[in-house]
Design a protein around this ligand. Sequence first.
Ligand SMILES: NC(=O)C1=CN([C@@H]2O[C@H](COP(=O)(O)OP(=O)(O)OC[C@H]3O[C@@H](n4cnc5c(N)ncnc54)[C@H](O)[C@@H]3O)[C@@H](O)[C@H]2O)[C@@H](O)CC1
Ligand SMILES: [K+]
Length: 469
Amino acid sequence: MRSAHTVEQVRAAEADLMARLPEGTLMQRAATGLAVAISNFLGSTYGARVVLLIGSGDNGGDALYAGARLARRGAQVTAILLSDKAHQAGAEALHAAGGRLISPSDVEGLIQGADVVVDGIVGIGGRPGLRPDALAVVRLAERFGVPIVAVDTPSGVDVDTGETPEPHVNAALTVTFGTHKICHFIDPAATACGPVHLIDIGLDLPPAEVESLQTSDIRRLYPVPHGESDKYSRGVLGLMVGSTQYPGAAVIATSGALGGPVGMVRYVGPDAVAEAVRAAHPEIVAGNGRVQAWAVGSGLGDELDIPRIRELLDAEEPVVLDADGLKALDDSGDHVDVLATPHAGELARLLDVDRATVEAERLKHARLAAERYDVTVLLKGSTTVIASPDGQVRVNTNATPWLATAGAGDVLAGLCGSLLASGLTPLDAGSVGAYLHAAAANLASSAGPITAMSVAAALPEATRYLLGG
Ligand SMILES: NC(=O)C1=CN([C@@H]2O[C@H](COP(=O)(O)OP(=O)(O)OC[C@H]3O[C@@H](n4cnc5c(N)ncnc54)[C@H](O)[C@@H]3O)[C@@H](O)[C@H]2O)[C@@H](O)CC1
Ligand SMILES: [K+]
């Protein structure tokens, strides 16, 4: 599991460790890792032209010490001082190593000729936005296509929320220390980070508020059948999806469900749709019967039956509630067994705000809806946020933009239903489902277009690969 801690948690852990170590040890650990990461990014350090953007705090200190290391290995390092004060010992170290320190005037030629710009403007002490001098230099780097390596966080983003209300750095690589910060996982800031490289500086951290699954977590959580398993004990999923208006949703969601761990799928819906589902998937059983979980809502269109869905929500079995089905959600009941899977527009309707607000503040709104409706909310998007009513959050960051295609949500609903039916909690089902869905999309896509059905078809192979088969 990758963890993202809040600034407050990081500061407390740093203070604790610093009290036990000689002064400056942590910054040296950070700067050493940063210098190695920049070297690797550059490929060759000797003769490389490195420009450091230096703010007033320790983030600039990290950049200055890393710059000194690079200068000693033959790089031409220039630090642009963007504040009246800069980390003094760091500035002295850079000077002693042969680096230059300059003011931000007349730097166009310097930036144009740089191989890399290192963003040491602000880190976890930063507020959103960039001051005019910093913004001007960052814009120059963008104009000349010079890659920016961000120290700890891309300056200007909101570190604890992943929001980007003001101008900020867009990094080609972010090198962070001790633990991930929330902005590394949650869009739009996560996109501004580029790939994130974590350097261990020995912090002892409390449990994280925000986590992101890795392959080892999929192996730990996936319900792999064993010798005693039969189709019932593996779980039976009931699907109430699709309509005569949208029969394709039923076929696609069924593909997603059958690509998951469930032992059997029952389809409940109009006869004509059941026929279409059976034609595509002869394995399914049509009609009501005992199930361990439901997936409800995708493509119901005008045939949405709110009282029937509310009956399912009130029953014992856990439910994935998708698309049109979300209209049945009310904020009065106890829905802890429900995994709601809205996109930003649907979540906006649930919270009576506009879609752009949800997209700009994804973590906040996923948490708000989880709390208000007492459900686990899986907010779909480039980074998918899964928030449970008890405050735990998981984020999926491995999706390909090609996954933004019609029917992909139906696959996810079926897959998450399959995971719920085989016994996972809504938080685990949502986070494992989002991970596998993205992994299958990556496999099917190989950087090209995909269809929802090709994503569903790639689920077994992606799962086999992740489980180590
Ligand atoms: N505390 C520690 O032990 C360690 C800290 N490290 C580094 O220290 C950083 C935190 O350092 P600081 O607490 O000094 O804070 P920063 O360097 O992030 O910010 C410095 C100051 O900049 C000002 N500021 C805030 N927003 C701004 C903005 N938008 N534009 C311009 N100036 C702004 C504030 O006065 C703030 O205190 C971390 O991100 C990390 O890079 C690392 O060296 C690892 C160890
Ligand atoms: K930074």
